[in-house]
Design a protein around this ligand. Structure first.
Ligand code: APR
Length: 313
């Protein structure tokens, strides 16, 4: 039924691997990290839940052994380092760019046909780097951010409306950052009815603001960045690929003229199936949404420029 590799056995990577096993998305899930024993330990722990949680997925943890990842259908990249005190943004981008490029190169050698899903931050820039440095087609390399941000958006909307989360439809597009993401309030709906019918502009404005600082709120509470929702969001995108679901998921994909942008990877609604990012869906944006999208693209481009400044591209 297929094989998925998750690179980076940290909080997000291990949570993603666990969700993949629980939801029986693949017959084999490999978790790989540079830290000796970390992947092995996490996968052994997950394996010991298999009788309790009723899954038969082969869960394998390895240290730096890319041969074990061979023939993967999907490779999820979550490896990286968090920003340390005193580290500049450029330094962080430099370190994570080195890691993403290196692991992508190794994984590609063993799974040249895999779909690569980038989660490492700054995700829009890491996706751009992975795409450019790999030379793979854009359908095969894309980033996960919009699925997480949209899930947070739907949670805040459901709470504000007193609705069931599954009845709420909402998308977040643009960059995957506190100031670059764009929750599409005007297009959000409760069972097809615009949310503006049920809540004031003030309430909906707060929903959008809470969504945008969704990650930072959790970092404030936890002292580190979140993992349940990021891991689950990545796993749900993998599921859409493995089961060829053709789901429309806001994903960080390369644009070549769509939404008035090119030479950039940024979040837009995308049909996700066995071919990866199969098709970009162009929805009509309001003037306000278009202006925000252009500003978001400018900000992402500025971060991408660091890649050439530091010689990563
Ligand atoms: N190869 C494999 N694994 C690596 C490498 C490498 N070259 N370099 C670092 N790692 C591993 C680390 O050893 C660590 O286990 O990546 C893992 C990162 O895990 P965490 O620090 O726990 O980070 P996490 O919270 O999981 O977030 C991972 O996803 O959402 C993003 O911003 C987040 O960029 C971050 C990434």
């Amino acid at each position: 039924m297929g094989k998925v590799t998750v690179i980076g056995a940290g909080n997000v990577g291990a949570t993603c691997a666990n969700a993949l096993a629980l939801r029986k998305v693949a017959s084999e899930v490999v978790l790989i990290d540079i830290k000796e024993g970390l992947s092995e330990g996490k996968m052994l722990d997950i394996y010991q839940t298999s009788a309790l949680m009723d899954f038969d997925t082969r869960v394998i943890g390895v240290t730096n052994d890319y041969a074990a990842t061979a023939g993967s259908d999907v490779v999820v990249i979550t490896s990286g380092v968090p920003r340390k005190p005193g580290m500049t943004r450029e330094e962080l981008i430099g370190v994570n760019a080195g890691i993403v490029k290196a692991v992508m190169g190794e994984a590609m050698k063993h799974s040249p046909k895999a779909i690569f899903l980038i989660v490492s931050n700054p995700m829009d820039t890491m996706t751009y780097l992975a795409l450019k440095s790999s030379g793979l087609p854009s359908s095969q390399v894309f980033g996960m951010g919009g699925q997480l941000d949209s899930s947070r958006f739907r949670c805040y909307l459901a709470k504000a409306l007193g609705a069931s989360m599954s009845d709420i439809d909402g998308m977040v597009i643009g960059g995957h950052g506190d100031t670059t993401m764009i929750p599409l309030i005007d297009k959000a709906a409760w069972r097809g009815v615009p949310v503006s019918k049920f809540a004031s502009a003030e309430v909906l404005g707060k929903v959008a603001a809470d969504t945008m600082v969704g990650g930072a709120t959790l970092t404030g509470l936890l002292g580190t960045s979140a993992w349940y929702a990021p891991g689950a969001a990545a796993a749900s995108v993998v599921e859409a690929i493995m089961f060829d679901q053709k789901k429309v998921i806001p994903s960080c994909v390369a644009l070549s003229g769509e939404y008035g942008q090119k030479d950039i990877c940024i979040g837009v609604p995308t049909v996700i199936g066995r071919g990866g990012a199969e098709r970009i869906v162009e929805i009509e944006l309001t003037a306000d949404e278009s202006a925000k999208f252009a500003a978001s693209a400018d900000a992402v481009r500025k971060t991408n420029a660091v890649l050439s400044e530091i010689g990563a591209l």
